[in-house]
Design a protein around this ligand. Structure first.
Ligand code: TTP
Ligand code: MG
Length: 356
């Protein structure tokens, strides 16, 4: 029998901060953009459960978080540190797995079918893994256990915080039926609204829909949605999932040294790169531009950012800066490319239907 677990760390970025600043543990803590006394423009990356009591949530504008709790502790994102902690967590998790797939900085699927014979044994394994992470690293996590990745993920949501939840195959449909459609794995905000406007309000509504209609409407996503709503997911644990870089390049219609035209092209291709970055839920540390001249000579210039980013502006500004600094002035360019690398996953693919 197939047994899959999803380990998801609780309020991860803040939990990491609490490790090195234990005195903040009992206070509302937010990691994210600088609130600048309510004028800040960025968002909350995450917050601890004390802060969640005031209604503060991930992805909320930090200005609103500030309004909800002015004297909360606001800390900047220190991605490199969280990644160090994440490596330690994942090293422990890997040891308990037949197969291991890290899906974001704080989440991993493991296949435990050869280590547990049934749901009871799988639950014991999950509890002891949770205990081991707590003892060795003083970090809380939640673990979902089920018969496929989809349901393990759904179970982990139900296990939060600091719990272990098992969903047996025979319980799955009932577990899903009453849940709002937005809770289904893979359904983001846009898809949620689309589905609701078609009167699919609960996962159960979708589970009993006509699959042919869903496919007509949403192509292959329709079939996947239907399967998910019914608790079906055959996808395997993908070991060593890794993309090394994301980039685009384009050849000019006519070779050019016109700064306006070149920076316009840089903006265009950066936008495509940023879209792909968002879609894959990764953050990058290095921005590179490639300049190929009419002579076919090729120059690559890179810049390493102080912190990992997911932002279009960071790509565009650095790419244009690199161009201004390093381009051979007066030489015609034949082709230009923009690439980001030194990537790390920071989010699961909860929004994969957003792009349907
Ligand atoms: P999550 O596992 O979604 O959130 P969490 O670990 O903070 O909280 P929970 O207890 O509910 O699991 O995301 C993991 C980390 O990814 C999170 O600590 C911060 C980061 N993150 C963002 O930067 N932006 C976001 O919108 C989300 C959801 C997470
Ligand atoms: Mg988490």
């Amino acid at each position: 029998m197939r047994l899959i677990a999803l380990i998801d760390m609780d309020y991860f970025f803040v939990a990491c901060e609490e490790l090195r600043k234990p005195e903040i543990k009992t206070k509302p803590v937010i990691v994210g953009a600088d609130p600048k006394k309510g004028e800040g423009r960025g968002v909350v990356s995450t917050c601890n459960y004390v802060a969640r009591k005031y209604g503060i949530r991930s992805a909320m504008p930090v200005s609103i978080a500030y309004r909800l709790k002015k004297d909360a502790i606001f800390l900047p994102v220190d991605y490199d540190y969280y990644e160090e902690v994440s490596k330690k967590v994942m090293d422990i998790v890997k040891q308990q797995a037949d197969k291991f797939e890290q899906v974001s900085i704080d989440e991993a699927f493991i296949d435990i079918s050869n280590r547990a014979k049934n749901y009871e044994e799988a639950q014991e394994l999950a509890k002891s893994l949770q205990q081991e992470i707590k003892e060795k690293l003083s970090l809380p996590c939640s673990i979902g256990v089920s018969y496929n990745k989809l349901m393990a993920k759904m179970a982990s949501e139900g296990a939060k915080p600091n719990g272990v939840k098992v969903i047996r195959e025979e319980e799955a449909k009932q577990f899903l039926a009453k849940m709002p459609i937005g809770e289904l794995y893979g359904v983001g905000k846009v898809m949620k609204e689309k589905l609701e406007s078609l009167s699919y309000k609960t996962i159960g509504d979708l589970a009993s829909a006509n699959p042919v209609e869903l496919v007509q409407r949403f192509r292959t996503y329709g079939a996947e949605l239907y399967n998910y709503a019914n608790g079906r997911d055959d996808s395997e644990i993908q070991e060593n999932y890794e993309i090394k870089s994301i980039g685009r390049e384009r050849t000019f219609e006519n070779d050019t040294n016109d700064r306006y035209e070149i920076t316009k092209m840089i903006r265009e291709i950066s936008k495509e790169v940023a879209e792909e970055v968002k879609k894959s839920g990764i953050a990058f540390k290095v921005v590179t531009i490639k300049m190929r001249y009419s002579s076919f000579e090729e120059h690559l210039k890179s810049r390493s950012l102080r912190q990992r980013s997911t932002e279009l502006d960071e790509i565009v500004n650095n790419a244009i800066d690199l161009f201004d600094k390093y381009a051979e002035k007066g030489e015609n360019l034949r082709k230009i490319g923009v690439r980001v690398s030194n990537l790390a996953k920071y989010k699961g693919q909860k929004k994969m239907f957003e792009y349907a």
